[in-house]
Write a protein that binds this ligand. Structure first.
Ligand SMILES: Cc1cc2nc3c(=O)[nH]c(=O)nc-3n(C[C@H](O)[C@H](O)[C@H](O)COP(=O)(O)OP(=O)(O)OC[C@H]3O[C@@H](n4cnc5c(N)ncnc54)[C@H](O)[C@@H]3O)c2cc1C
Length: 444
């Protein structure tokens, strides 16, 4: 199948881009390795205080279904259960059925057109009929999202230990209670949000604590950093102190934190957030039975004596990083910008990259909320339509302004210095712009 644009990732960024491109009468195919579209939106369910009171519930699953329905209306082909591994020049995608190993989706291929359910032969036939196993595109958009950082701790391989993202999926997507007494290791915007979601679901969240300091855990084990991350989620947290801190500048937050961090803990929605305790190990034989914790100094050094808390489930949260391997595989220049969450593809304000025909949008460019991902998707869609000679109603400048507005309206701020990260990227872009080697190799 030959299309004007292929998109990898059917999350909020990919779906929003697909709609903008298809609206202009261009053909679009979008692939996703999960069995249904929506990406990380599927697990999001919370009250958004920045919305008017009548529309405060942020129901990610409904938003995802709305986006997919709109995309289908414009004729977008959405293929789920298919992993894209790489692409050759002129953007021919190499794909395989998710979980089926490397190969090509085709004769023995699996995969499902979104909405047909799990992988299987019927779905395979449909995928083949659509010719989606051999996608060649004039433009390629990468909207592959983010991944969770691991939090290695003694006992972390025991049954009953899950990542906080998995906890969010169990709670909000599958509506399954992971355990009766849950402790969360890692204090950040995502873990706070998931803790509150689990509490609403009736699960006893006994507390949140830091992971013990180690070379792998780095900054996430520091009480000072935890406080700075908490102030970034102040709008979501029903805690007056955090809301107050959210309005302060970063430097003032740190000074206040130093004063506050004298051994006490905060409570958010009734959940003890133990910014001065670190989990040193998870205990159990067949599964999780308890955790051991110890007090830490402001810089994360262990002090005092260990204590034990009985729990049956532990959720680990180490933060998120952009899932950008695909961009690297196809030769896009990559830049490490810690303020954006790690290594990201070099890109301009219109979401194009120096690799001709390649665009990026959403969390692959830096960790932000779903609202920002959708706005970035629309921007990338408008840019791609422009590059193919169409004139969408929204200009690239208007679409870029909408990204800034979405950022301001977002209750979720995963990274405290995201604006600086974005500014750094724009500076690098204007310095380097076309990186000749990469552009030449992939020119269509
Ligand atoms: C665990 C977790 C929890 C989060 N919780 C929240 C939250 O509560 N609120 C919030 O605002 N933000 C949350 N986020 C941030 C979230 O990623 C963004 O809000 C938003 O979903 C990003 O949109 P996206 O389209 O860039 O990526 P995603 O929504 O992550 O979608 C990317 C899609 O790409 C697919 N994909 C990736 N690689 C491939 C490949 N090679 N081949 C085929 N398909 C591929 C994935 O299956 C996925 O469906 C969370 C992120 C994570 C990782």
């Amino acid at each position: 199948m030959k299309v004007d644009a292929a998109i990898i990732g059917a999350g909020p960024a990919g779906l929003s881009a697909a709609i903008e491109i298809a609206k202009m009468g261009l053909s679009v195919a979008i692939v996703d390795e999960y069995y249904r579209s929506g990406g990380r939106l599927l697990g999001q369910l919370y009250e958004d205080p920045k919305q008017p009171s009548h529309s405060r519930l942020w129901d990610g699953r409904k938003i995802a279904e709305g986006l997919a329905a709109e995309a289908r209306q414009y004729g977008v082909h959405i293929l789920c259960g298919v992993t894209a591994w790489s692409a050759s020049p002129s953007w021919q995608l190499h794909m395989s059925a998710s979980g089926a190993g490397v190969g090509s989706v085709g004769s023995a291929g699996v995969g499902s057109v979104d909405g047909t359910g799990a992988n299987g032969s019927a779905a395979s036939t449909e995928a083949s009929e659509h010719g989606l196993h051999r996608v060649t595109a004039k433009r390629l958009l990468l909207a592959t999202g983010a991944a969770e950082r691991a939090v290695p701790l003694p006992g972390w391989t025991l049954p009953g230990v899950v990542s906080v993202g998995a906890a969010q999926t169990f709670t909000n997507v599958h509506r399954v209670a992971l355990g009766r007494r849950v402790l969360i290791v890692g204090i950040d915007p995502l873990s706070i949000s998931v803790a509150m979601e689990m509490k609403h679901a009736g699960i006893d969240v006994v507390g949140m604590a830091l992971p013990v300091r180690s070379s792998a855990n780095g900054k996430i084990s520091s009480p000072m950093d935890a406080i700075a991350r908490l102030s970034a989620v102040s709008d979501l947290a029903p805690n007056p102190l955090l809301r107050f801190m959210g309005r302060m500048s970063a430097g003032r937050v740190e000074r206040l934190a130093a004063h506050l961090l004298r051994g006490d803990f905060l409570r958010i929605a009734g959940i003890p957030v133990m910014v001065r305790k670190a989990v040193t190990s998870i205990k159990g034989t067949q599964g999780v039975e308890a955790v051991t914790l110890q007090s830490v100094t402001v810089d994360g050094t262990l002090v005092g004596y260990p204590e034990t808390i009985e729990v049956d489930t532990v959720c680990l949260s180490g933060g998120l990083y952009p899932l950008a391997d695909f961009a690297q595989t196809v030769g896009c220049p990559m830049i490490d910008i810690p303020e954006l969450g790690g290594v990201v593809p070099l890109h301009g304000s219109d979401m194009s990259t120096p690799t001709v025909g390649l665009y990026v949008a959403g969390n692959i460019t830096g960790i932000e909320s779903a609202k920002v991902a959708m706005a970035q998707g629309r921007l990338a869609g408008v840019s791609i339509a422009h590059s193919l000679g169409r004139r969408p109603a929204m200009t690239i400048e208007q679409a870029a302004a909408a990204v800034t507005q979405a950022r301001q309206e977002s209750s979720f701020k995963f990274l405290p210095n995201i604006e600086q990260g974005r500014a750094k990227m724009m500076e690098l872009w204007s310095e380097g712009n076309e990186i000749e080697g990469a552009s030449a190799a992939w020119r269509t």
